[in-house]
Design a protein around this ligand. Sequence first.
Ligand SMILES: Cc1cc2nc3c(=O)[nH]c(=O)nc-3n(C[C@H](O)[C@H](O)[C@H](O)COP(=O)(O)OP(=O)(O)OC[C@H]3O[C@@H](n4cnc5c(N)ncnc54)[C@H](O)[C@@H]3O)c2cc1C
Length: 490
Amino acid sequence: MAAALLGRRGWSRVRAGRACRVGERSYAAISGALERAVSAFRAVTGDEGVSLGVAIREQHGRDESVHRCRPPDVVVFPRSAEEVSALAKICHHHRLPIIPFGTGTGLEGGVGAVKGGVCFSLRNMDRILDLHPEDFDVTVEPGVTRKALNSYLRDTGLWFPVDPGADASLCGMAATSASGTNAVRYGTMRENVLNLEVVLADGTVIHTAGKGRRPRKTSAGYNLTNLFVGSEGTLGVLTKATLRLYGIPEAVVSAVCAFPTVQAAVDSTVEVLQAGIPVARIEFLDDVMIDACNRYSGLSYPVAPTLFLEFHGSERSLEEQVAVTEDVTRGNGGADFAWARDAGSRTRLWQARHDAWYAALALRPGCKAYATDVCVPLSRLPQIVVETKEDLARNGLTGPIAGHVGDGNFHCLMVLDPDDPDEVQRVHEFTERLARRALSLGGTCTGEHGVGLGKRALLREELGPLAIEVMQGLKATLDPKNLMNPGKVL
Ligand SMILES: Cc1cc2nc3c(=O)[nH]c(=O)nc-3n(C[C@H](O)[C@H](O)[C@H](O)COP(=O)(O)OP(=O)(O)OC[C@H]3O[C@@H](n4cnc5c(N)ncnc54)[C@H](O)[C@@H]3O)c2cc1C
């Protein structure tokens, strides 16, 4: 989406190396309403909970995407849902936009204050509130990150499996409907959030599944929880999430397997799943990506289309899973498995996979990266990956592919020189073609990163005008003044 989304001015700021100009909305120029609001914010949070400093505002005006920095007018740091509610009431009264901020690892420009306003940084709300090991659930505040939760859980025998490559906040993950390498077995945030506490634009606090409730399943009314999962801060501020937990598996084995062609690797993925193997992770890296990972992480895997796999279960069930998977991969010309049985080798392997973004960037120092995020039905995966590789080659673009192929979701990590307008244009056209290719195969333009700023037009094409109208109606009901993260999603 790069160029068209950012506009030329956007790229000029990208060129300046993530720096951004705040001058247009400097504190000296803030309106009387904002000044009155800032005094009221201070009464809620104390002076230390409000920042007008340029550096803090810039830090909160951008995420990890190529979208240019759009700093808010002010950043507030609430410590409780009550404070979030009181601050939201002030914003509502003064008609100031509210932009929730988790850890800023988003890839779609979701935290940019495109209409100015107040960033609600939730980092000080980082308590793990309510752990019920016997019920496999936990309730957390919005600033708790996935790694912090798993460190906390380590001695309980439980874990939370949703694992985007970055150490994101759990409510940021709920807000973007995030997933990661474990989704093929454990699901995405959509399947793993049981209840949410949400502060609406006018300060009202609601609980999407009822206050204090945490049933494993429910048929009670509309699914409000999943309305807010994936809402990207446009419907309310998530101030608590109740999450499903899982037992840490008795045994874990990881493996790496190289294939002669992309088709063979993707065909193996489909056959493993069709055989009913409960594979925990099955990740595809094309030859360009594995080469980048070898260089960046000091590995020496064959430079060929590759699957990284992981199996969870009892020792006996693992033997079976592994045997069937080996049969399938051998039948598709896969080379011998490289096994990683001890925790150290497994961690090195998966760290390399999680570092794929940085490995791609290291291919062309000084360049920027943009990750595409299409997702298609499994049976269409071989076709779209093969066609996409041909498209990249035809257009002379660097776009190593890493994919959560077990879900039909893959990313081209486009590495581009933002100072080269011709390349920027070619990347933009490529990303649009790729998204439309996914739509024509019955897929989506975004499997896990969200819509943010750049995919709004594609969302319309994907859902059609009537579904968009229903979404606009829901938004207008919950946020009639359009204060929640305006300019995103719709
Ligand atoms: C190296 C790297 C690898 C990544 N890999 C993956 C991956 O494998 N899978 C994946 O899904 N994503 C991935 N991501 C993207 C990112 O980590 C996820 O989108 C993550 O869910 C964002 O969480 P955050 O806390 O950083 O949110 P932010 O970036 O702070 O915010 C993202 C959006 O959510 C909203 N938001 C944040 N917190 C709240 C809240 N409490 N209430 C309401 N709205 C809120 C914001 O307004 C914004 O619209 C990756 C990112 C990087 C940099």
